[in-house]
Design a binder for this molecule. Structure first.
Ligand code: GDP
Length: 419
């Protein structure tokens, strides 16, 4: 059996355009529901005299997760013919935007949903912009509720042109634009007679063509230091491998200080030496061949391929706070495990993602996007997001709350450019 690629997707779009309904339908059509679940929910709806909604499935799964009945606590999974699909963050989830921005959710691809009767709305365009901001390039568009427009090919064509133009202006070429009725099932797993005029892929086929983003294992090593433990007389540097691999004997550089060392041992938990190489996603402890000052927030890379140290960076951010962000603002910036004060030197660009109108670059309003120049109160290790999606991400906090976040566009190289 060949390894089935795992793809992580998000389903975005204006509230009520049918995200939950599509997810319920997808779970059903791909045979991913527990035995009897659908029948049970239909019976409950009938007993209560209310029409069955596909979104009940999501609610039911959510309730089970909250009660700890199912093992997988955060994610909804289904299979297409050649892919294992993980749906990250159930639509409508209050933390959805925050999770997308902070990188808690990282998607390989997205489905953008549009109500055929309502058409492309500001929120639709904003979500398109967010996908671009987060570097999600594979986007399948679905035009839902085609039953409400009598499956009109003309109406579909208009919406398809409008959204394609918007996404193209952002640098995203939709992988498909698909007419569907999530509620009735047309276009989800089958090209029904209602959409006989359409000859592109179904939603299941479009998802089946998504490819996993570049594996983090293939990038240079980045170990984000979380803590230093003393064990016996040894000092163990604990952290998470954000990208790349490490093993005992590797020559490393600790950034931003630029100190050089060799990994003596890689430790598991409870502390026991481990043999072999460890890759992205693993949390490990390492011991070094010499006594060096290492602290939470440092990033370890291989000698010759370490992140830059910098006190100045440019970022493209999405702003969530009620209070607009202005030049001169003092904020807290989180980059991986590092946390530092920073000053907003300049707002270089401000855009309303609803209509893509550029605004006077003096402030970035809530739900708007902008580019900023940040001066940090201490040197940090960072990569541009183009080079590393994990270490090239930052979050901005005000008074302990997430106020915005996004991608590192460029870093001003410090004196200790990666050795
Ligand atoms: P969400 O807020 O995007 O998750 O939207 P929901 O999935 O909750 O759907 C909102 C409403 O639209 C519900 O009442 C659904 O029954 C309805 N709906 C969803 N898909 C369709 C469809 O294909 N056709 C019609 N007529 N209604 C739909």
């Amino acid at each position: 059996d060949a390894v089935r690629p795992l793809v992580r997707i998000v389903i975005v779009g204006h509230v009520d355009h049918g995200k939950s309904t599509l997810v319920g339908r997808l779970l059903h059509e791909t045979g991913s529901l527990p035995e009897g679940k659908l029948e049970m929910l239909k019976a409950v709806s009938a007993r209560r005299g209310m029409p069955f909604e596909w979104s009940f499935l999501l609610d039911a799964l959510q309730t089970e997760r909250d009660q700890g009945i199912t093992i997988d606590t955060t994610q909804i999974r289904f299979r297409t013919p050649s892919r294992d699909v993980v749906l990250i963050d159930a639509p409508g989830h209050a933390e959805f935007l925050r999770n997308m921005i902070t990188g808690a959710s990282q998607a390989d691809g997205a489905v953008l949903i549009i109500d055929a009767l309502e058409g492309v709305r500001d929120q639709t365009r904003r979500h398109g912009y967010l996908l671009q901001l987060l570097g999600i390039k594979q986007v399948a568009v679905v035009v839902n509720k085609m039953d409400r427009v009598e499956f009109s090919a003309a109406r579909f064509g208009d919406i398809s042109n409008e959204i394609t133009a918007h996404l193209t202006s952002l640098g995203i070429t939709p992988t498909a634009v698909i007419p569907i009725s999530a509620r009735e099932g047309d276009g989800v797993a089958e090209r029904t007679d209602n959409i006989a005029w359409y000859d592109g892929p179904t939603v299941v086929e479009a998802i089946d063509k998504l490819t996993p983003a570049q594996p983090l294992d293939a990038l240079p090593l980045r170990l984000a230091v979380q803590a230093i433990y003393k064990f016996d007389d040894r000092r163990i540097v604990a952290g998470r491998i954000e990208s790349g691999h490490l093993r005992a004997g590797d020559d490393i550089v600790i950034m931003p200080a630029g100190k050089i060392a060799k990994i003596k041992t890689v430790e598991g938990w409870p502390v026991t030496p481990l043999a072999g190489a460890f890759g992205a996603g693993r949390s490990v402890g390492i011991t070094l061949d010499r006594e060096l000052f290492v602290e939470r927030g440092d990033v370890i890379g291989h000698a010759g391929n370490a992140p830059r140290d910098t006190r100045r960076l440019r970022a493209r951010i999405f702003w969530l706070h009620d209070q607009p962000l202005t030049a001169g603002a003092s904020v807290l910036v989180r980059l991986g495990t590092r946390e530092t004060r920073a000053n907003v030197v300049a707002i270089e660009k401000a855009v309303d993602p609803g209509d893509l109108a550029s605004e006077a670059a003096t402030e970035i309003k809530r739900n708007h996007v902008g580019e900023i120049d940040l001066s940090l109160s201490q040197p940090v290790a960072a990569d541009p997001a183009d080079n590393n999606p994990r270490t090239g991400r930052l979050v901005i906090e005000i008074n302990g709350r997430i106020a915005g976040g996004g991608l590192v566009l460029s870093v001003d190289s410090g004196q200790r450019a990666a050795t």
